[in-house]
Design a protein around this ligand. Structure first.
Ligand SMILES: [Zn+2]
Length: 557
């Protein structure tokens, strides 16, 4: 009787997992943790609502690192490690040897397979991509293994591991070092890959691309899925702060234009069409690569980028974002129906999360009564306090040479040439910047290295983000609701990248056979996703993972 009392697990719902044929990891770019519940009543049956109703839904899940950007969050979900360890501390960082900004997954040793399908900086609206110096792409800067790598290793290289996204960084991070990644080229309107993965395209990729799937959107528009009056934001379509892309406009219907138009494929990616194309490609992949057909667990990661672009252009509380979520739901339902036919949802373990959340757009916050402002860190070097500081140290040159979010980079050459102490200068600059209007905290990297920071949740988040080789000299945290407008040239409605909860809050949902239907409100972190997946498939945790396993999922497995 005593034994029974110990093993019987009270009234909590329990998971009874079996090893799945397919692990399907869906990452929705910029899906803040509250948005699924906000629109729950409006969701269809087979998509997001299915996952929420049948799975374990963590409603208080957060990234625990400070810099909530795309590559940082994706790689954390993939590796179960903090950016301090996996190395992806920002979408863009300063490469010390060359002194130039560098893009997270660029690698000039591995050019994209299709000539001319790489980025065109003149028409690129994703500002982070503009830092890339070459079209080459690989995961080699991810310093540890991913769950997908561990799955591959656990099965002696026999698992099929793939990742697909509109964004290169959304696919490459999840495929890990051992899987294959495909992403969308705005130049060619095709899904492409790099020489890291293939010497030539699989035949099915060539034939998918040859059908020119983007052309079905020619001359069409993104229009509302339902009657306008049924939307929460029906009256908020035309707002001055929304971003106007050429021809696309600020109000429904948003016209895509023709394939010959300069921004045609770009407009597809900043609307639900981008996700539809991604899912269409993923379906072709599942069929042609025979995913989930044998007893060896396979892995498919799908990162859906539309929610991020729509959020940046219109804000997360806009008619566009509302319609986008309803269409995302439809697109996911379509995917799940297909997976059910091909693999069986009973044989599939699904995990859904997001790389980061999103702030409300500053102008909308103002309407609601908040004070907000834009900060211009590129002007910090000319601020009175920094000018005085430079005088004090005898520095005539520029001292703050670069602000690449979230880091200040100092002129190390000048500091060294004048025989000044790098740590002392870092601390002095950080102290001044900390007192700037709109700045909450500025932390010197020397202090992080030497453990001289107070033990607060904020400094913990900054430490989780600190990698000595890649992080800048000073980490700057703005006050909540203070923003930089970082899509250079393009004024956007909202931009994320802070440690505040609107940016760190994401959903985590596990669903599939044996996963209990329950809502879990305790605080959990995204570093738990990968080691939990490892437990489910009997693989070892990824090499840099220090995350706790989620007991609500593993249960009595
Ligand atoms: Zn973004």
């Amino acid at each position: 009787m005593f034994l029974l009392a110990v093993t019987f697990n009270s009234s909590a719902a329990e998971s009874h997992l079996t090893k799945p044929k397919l692990v399907l990891q869906i990452t929705v770019d910029q899906l803040r943790g509250d948005l699924l519940s906000r629109y729950y009543d409006r969701l269809g049956k087979g998509g997001l609502r299915y996952l929420m109703d049948t799975g374990t839904h963590y409603t208080n899940a957060h990234h625990r690192h400070a810099n909530n950007e795309t590559i940082v969050g994706h790689t954390t979900l993939a590796t179960g490690a903090d950016p301090a360890i996996h190395g992806m501390v920002a979408n863009v960082w300063l490469d010390r040897p060359s002194g130039e900004l560098t893009y997270n997954v660029e690698d000039d040793r591995y050019p994209v397979l299709s000539k001319g399908a790489g980025i065109n900086k003149k028409t690129e609206i994703d500002s982070t991509l503009k830092a890339a110096r070459s079209d080459g792409r690989s995961p080699t800067r991810i310093l540890v293994s991913t769950f997908s790598d561990e799955l591959m290793i656990a099965h002696g290289g026999k698992s099929k591991v793939f990742a697909v996204s509109v964004k290169d960084r959304g696919a490459i991070s999840m495929a890990g070092h051992t899987g294959k990644a495909f992403w969308f080229s705005k130049q060619s309107g095709e899904f492409i890959t790099s020489q890291f993965y293939y010497d030539q395209y699989p035949k099915w990729v060539d034939s998918w691309n040859a059908q020119k799937p983007v052309n079905k959107y020619s001359g069409t528009s993104w229009s509302l899925l339902h009657e306008k009056s049924s939307y929460m934001f029906a009256e908020n379509d035309d707002r001055a702060f929304e971003t106007v892309l050429p021809g696309f406009g600020r109000v429904f219907p948003h016209y895509y234009g023709k394939p010959s138009d300069k921004y045609f494929t770009t407009l597809l990616t900043v609307s639900p069409a981008g996700d539809e194309l991604t899912i269409d490609f993923a379906k072709a992949l599942i069929s042609n690569e025979n995913i989930g057909k044998d007893d060896i667990s396979d892995y498919l990661a799908i990162s859906l980028s539309s929610t991020d672009y729509v959020g940046h252009l219109f804000g997360p509380s806009s008619l566009e974002s509302e319609d986008n979520i309803l269409r995302l739901d439809k697109t996911i339902a379509d995917l799940l129906t297909f997976v059910d036919e091909k693999v069986g949802l009973d044989n599939t373990l699904i995990v859904l999360s997001a790389d980061h959340g999103a702030p409300e757009s500053p102008a909308y916050l103002k309407q609601l009564g908040f004070e907000t402002d834009f900060i211009h860190p590129e002007e910090f070097d000319k601020a009175g306090a920094i000018v005085n500081l430079k005088k004090r140290f005898g520095i005539g040159e520029e001292l703050i040479t670069t602000y690449s979010h979230p880091y200040i980079y100092l002129n190390r050459k000048v500091i060294a040439a004048k025989g000044l102490n790098q740590a002392e200068i870092e601390r002095a600059v950080a102290k001044e910047v900390s007192s700037f209007e709109g700045v909450n905290l500025a932390v010197a990297s020397s202090d992080l290295k030497e453990g001289r920071t107070p033990d607060t949740p904020l400094t913990q988040a900054i430490l989780s983000n600190f990698n000595a080789n890649r992080s800048g000299d000073i980490y700057v945290v703005f006050e909540a609701n203070r923003f930089i407008n970082d899509f250079d040239g393009l004024k956007v409605a909202s931009s994320h990248g802070s440690p505040w909860s609107y940016d760190s809050h994401v959903p985590i949902i596990f669903a599939g056979k044996g996963v209990a239907a329950q809502k879990v409100t305790r605080l959990v972190n995204t570093v738990s996703v990968a080691p939990t997946l490892s437990q489910i498939v009997d693989a070892k945790p990824p090499s840099g993972s220090f995350g706790e396993v989620l007991n609500e999922i593993i249960g009595s497995k």
